[in-house]
Design a protein around this ligand. Structure first.
Ligand code: ADP
Ligand code: ZN
Length: 298
């Protein structure tokens, strides 16, 4: 049986895993993201230590922005990230030189979306969005059965949403845009606005109503543009499961009965959902990227 390798390359930590065809993880390790040299080196060591043979392919789902154009001289690089030491860093080439096997590469959120499509909450769908609300806020997904790429790749976290400065005077934390969706609603924005990390804020704190409002504003834009059949919300901030009903109610209000489909009018609890793979969406997504890279899976 061929084994597949996956690297979830996050800005905070890397997770590497080996899995069989069914995506079940057979070995897994995680370590903090330090320098590119050291971090990618540790990933290579992990796969070297697993078996005598390298995996059939390795999939990498990476924080970004990344260069996904196969014809580009910097294909497989992390490009303009503000993360110190990681701008213009080659990722795919380093792995390919170490193992000489196919390497699949995509954004962290497209990877997670592919994992959810294969084994999680998006099975059987052809158009859906996976959004993470964590250190950053980003989205990926499939449209008509294909991962979204286009010009670069979607940057769903950097959309602009209404920001009522009387209600919320916080200027926003995005280094590029201030109060884009990520600048208002990702984890670091919550920490900067309230002076403590989101996970320490109590349930009755005004943070959650405001957060649900911003996320719902983002979601109605995505719903109106992409017509997704489902929206999956992952990432650290969404560990606050009580956000789901708040977001669904606000989406309902904002859409105001305009989209006359039972999915939105009656089944919003099956429409805006947590990842079916839980916190394994990212690493299993990387495995799915490996399988896709050899044509084993479309
Ligand atoms: P990353 O995006 O770096 O991969 P996470 O998805 O865990 O990692 O996101 C980290 C962010 O999510 C931090 O800003 C943190 O404060 C926030 N966060 C993590 N866990 C929780 C939680 N249980 N409740 C609310 N916020 C959380
Ligand atoms: Zn932004």
């Amino acid at each position: 049986m061929p084994l597949w390798g996956g690297i979830e390359a996050g800005g905070t930590k890397f997770v590497c895993a080996i899995a069989g065809d069914d995506g079940e993880l057979l070995a897994e390790t995680g370590f903090p993201t330090s320098t590119p040299e050291h971090t990618i080196g540790r990933a290579i060591e992990f796969f070297q230590q697993q078996q005598s043979e390298p995996p059939a392919a390795i999939g990498i789902s990476s924080f970004g922005p990344v260069d996904l154009r196969p014809t580009s001289p910097t294909f497989g690089y992390i490009t303009t990230t503000p993360k110190p030491g990681w701008a213009n860093v080659e990722v795919v080439g380093r792995i390919r030189r170490a193992f000489d096997i196919p390497v699949g590469f995509d954004t962290d959120v497209n990877g997670a979306a592919l994992g959810e499509y294969r084994w999680g909450a998006a099975q059987g769908l052809d158009t859906f969005v996976y959004l993470t609300i964590g250190t950053g806020l980003g989205g990926g997904g499939l449209v008509n059965g294909k991962l979204m790429h286009g010009l670069i790749h979607p940057e769903m976290g950097h959309i602009r949403i209404p920001h009522d400065l009387d209600q919320d005077p916080f200027a926003g934390s995005c280094p590029f845009h201030g109060d884009c969706l990520e600048g208002l609603a990702a984890g670091p924005a919550l920490e900067a606005r309230w002076g403590q990390r989101a996970e320490t804020l109590p349930l009755d704190h005004p943070v959650w109503e405001l957060e649900a409002n911003y996320l719902a504003l983002g979601l109605v834009n995505l719903i109106c543009i992409l017509s997704p059949q489902r929206i999956i919300l992952g990432g650290g901030v969404m560990q606050q499961a009580h956000l789901f009903p708040l977001i669904r109610d606000r989406v309902q209000q904002l859409l105001n009965d305009y989209l006359k489909t039972p999915t939105i009018l009656e089944h919003l609890d099956e429409y805006i959902v947590p990842p079916g793979l839980g916190d394994r969406a990212g690493v299993k997504g990387a495995i799915a990227l490996a399988q896709q890279s050899t044509g084993f899976l479309r």
